[in-house]
Design a protein around this ligand. Structure first.
Ligand SMILES: *Cc1c(COP(=O)(O)O)cnc(C)c1O
Ligand code: SF4
Length: 381
């Protein structure tokens, strides 16, 4: 399955307790000098590592991809002045609390600002650190009324935070409230739960989510080492429930910024879990993520090594989310080399340059010439 060195289902039990506070890191095999170096970062942003995810770390590898996503590092406090506290303009497009409405037919809904894991690379890091407020039916009312009053909204993307940390009872409440809004057709959940606490995905969860609306679950796997048998079981439960499964990955320097790692990840997602790789996100301009961010050029170079070399459905769309709420930009690479009128020059996935002549209807239309009548006409001359 995964390329991880350790047997995933045999975690080293000594280090398998969940981490919720900086002091919980004391029990982990982290070098004291390393702890001292990262101390300020440990105190600044939320920390949470559930037991399952923690047990997948290979402590012999200081660059372990799960370790890098979960254990605070001093670099998180190196803010570049060009980075932003609201990197993709969630607040700029929030008409009522707990809603972001940027695109015409779909909204983001945040029922909670808590997560099952706090990712060091989180794009909403600062809004999550601010928010102490938890789920409550009253706090959701303005958001539900807003959706009900906007018939153009067909899909609600439940995000956060992580909606799947809510109890089945709360999820059932949320789902039935949304189902009562007649113009809604789809409910989409953005979650890391199937990655970090896959045991949470069971029939109880399925019953809470399943109803009138089509359900889509978008997971967030970043590295093949995260894909272990428990995740396969979780994905199977969701697929058998009839849910559509997609995945988004964040392109992260030193974690998954090479074509081979991403190819393995995407194939495992599609072939083992039955999850379609949807987006590959360029790392947002969130403050303190400089050490994780690649350049766009590096991202494009990786994408060029994916398309054509791996099954089409395995290839995610590389996207950049613009600051200020200006939305997502699909990033190339571009396969168009030149264009003159209806003559195009393309570069194929192997780099071969190919020309293509587009056939378009002509005006006035050319009468279909019948080869028989043409030869008749020439004989008349
Ligand atoms: C990313 C995002 C969406 C979802 O975009 P899709 O392309 O439909 O996945 C919707 N609203 C906001 C504000 C977003 O940032
Ligand atoms: S699960 Fe998502 S919202 Fe939560 S910390 Fe990770 S990236 Fe941020």
């Amino acid at each position: 399955m995964s390329s991880g060195k350790r047997q995933p289902e045999q975690p080293s039990r000594a280090h398998a307790q969940a981490v919720w506070r900086p002091t919980d890191l004391d029990g982990l095999p982290i070098d004291p000098s390393e702890r001292a170096r990262n101390q300020a970062a440990e105190q600044t942003f939320n920390i949470r590592i559930p037991k399952h995810y923690l047990s997948q770390i290979d402590w012999d590898n200081p660059r372990d991809p799960i370790r890098l996503q979960t254990i605070p590092q001093a670099e998180e406090l190196l803010f570049d002045p060009r980075e932003l506290t609201d990197p993709i303009g969630d607040r700029a497009h929030s008409p009522v609390p707990r809603i972001t409405h940027r695109y015409p037919d779909r909204v983001l809904l945040y029922p909670t600002y808590q997560c099952a894991v706090y990712c060091r690379h989180c794009f909403r890091k600062e809004s999550l650190s601010d928010a102490s407020d938890q789920f409550s039916e009253e706090l959701l009312q303005p958001a539900l009324s807003y959706i009900a009053a906007h018939p153009e909204v067909q899909e609600v993307i439940v995000t956060g935070g992580d909606p799947l940390i809510l109890s089945n009872q709360r999820l059932t409440y949320l789902r039935t409230q949304l189902e009562a809004i007649a113009h809604l057709r789809m409910i989409r959940f953005h979650t890391r739960v199937p990655v970090v606490t896959p045991q949470r995905v069971d029939q109880g969860l399925v019953q809470a989510l399943k109803g009138r609306l089509m359900v889509c679950v978008v997971t967030h796997f970043n590295h093949p080492q995260e894909i272990v048998p428990a995740c396969k079981d979780a994905a199977q439960t969701l697929r058998e429930a009839g849910f559509v499964l997609l995945n988004q990955t964040v392109l992260l320097r030193g974690i998954n910024d090479d074509a081979e790692t991403l190819k393995t990840l995407c194939r495992e997602l599609f072939y083992t879990l039955g999850i379609k790789p949807y987006y590959l996100h360029h790392c947002d301009l969130t403050r303190g993520l400089t050490h994780f961010r690649t350049t766009i050029e590096e991202g494009l170079d990786i994408m060029q090594k994916l398309r054509g070399y791996m099954s089409g459905p395995c290839v995610p769309q590389y996207v950049l989310d613009l600051p200020g709420g200006n939305g997502k930009i699909p990033l190339g690479p571009s396969y168009t080399v030149g264009k003159e009128g209806h003559s195009y020059t393309f570069r194929n996935y192997q780099g071969k340059v190919c020309s293509y002549q587009e056939v378009v209807p002509q005006n006035p239309p050319v009468k279909q010439s019948d080869p028989q009548s043409e030869s008749d006409a020439s004989q008349q001359k």
